[in-house]
Design a binder for this molecule. Structure first.
Ligand code: FPP
Length: 237
């Protein structure tokens, strides 16, 4: 055996992981359960994955909880997802324990007022936390985000020659954050579904057939290993 053991290369972690939490409905259907049971299970997965990602040192994570298109779902289902979100926001101790900094991205005006207030409070309470920065996308759509940014730029009276990539980025919900460099979509779908469409210009993607409620730390690990492999330049440039 060689005396020189090859050093294990350091794993390269993405700076910002974005996840499309898809497959809750199919997971429930497979078990002859209502779709709401799928969202409840998906919410548990979300909490476990956020906790795990924070523990292993991921700095930014964004999850897609509710899209601008999701209002088309039956009222009962929409109310159920809002209820899960409300409960999550009321359980404030968990933010403190985990040191996770929370931010909500998406249009808030259409959300129930008490949820808007709870969101503002959770953001304020966690603003000095130094752990992972967790964005939760609620009533979020990538095109809507870009339109909102462009309106802000025009309303500020910006001359056309001053409109740059950078200026648009600074006017998105994710202003000041690194762009997501890794996007994970489980459940066998291969679409971006209007998610972070500006920010994902250079992102790597990872897809899997596993349904979101079954997504565990081992799947995240597998995805992160794949990201690291893709980014290892083997001494090259
Ligand atoms: C997509 O699966 C999932 C959603 C639209 C809702 C996701 C919401 C949660 C996981 C709860 C979030 C809670 C917090 C606290 C952030 P789908 O219903 O479209 O699944 P399907 O494609 O199998 O029907």
């Amino acid at each position: 055996m060689s005396l020189f053991r090859k050093a294990k290369p350091e794993r390269i972690l993405p700076q910002h992981v974005a996840i499309i939490m898809d497959g809750n409905g199919r997971w429930a259907k497979k078990r002859h359960l209502p779709r709401t049971a799928g969202h409840a299970a998906g919410s548990k997965t979300f909490k476990d994955i956020a906790r795990y990602a924070n523990k292993i040192g991921i700095k930014y994570m964004t999850v897609y909880a509710f899209s601008t298109e999701n209002w088309k779902r039956p009222k009962e289902e929409v109310d159920n997802i809002m209820g899960i979100l409300r409960q999550y926001l009321k359980d404030t101790d968990q933010f403190k324990e985990e040191n996770i900094k929370l931010q909500f991205i998406g249009g808030r005006d259409r959300l129930p007022e008490d949820i808007q207030e709870l969101m503002a409070k959770a953001e304020d309470d966690s603003k000095d936390f130094t752990g992972m920065h967790l964005n939760i996308a609620v009533n979020y759509g990538g095109r809507d985000e870009i339109v909102t940014a462009v309106k802000k730029i025009i309303e500020a009276g910006t001359p056309a020659e001053e409109v740059t990539d950078e200026l648009i980025s600074q006017n998105l919900y994710t202003a000041g954050q690194p762009d997501p460099d890794f996007i994970i979509r489980p459940s066998g779908e291969y679409r971006l579904s209007n998610y972070l469409i500006w920010q994902s210009a250079y992102a790597e993607f990872w897809f899997s057939d596993v349904l979101w409620p079954e997504f565990g730390p081992r799947h995240l690990e597998e995805a992160l290993d794949s990201f690291s492999e893709r980014n290892r330049r083997f001494g090259g440039v």
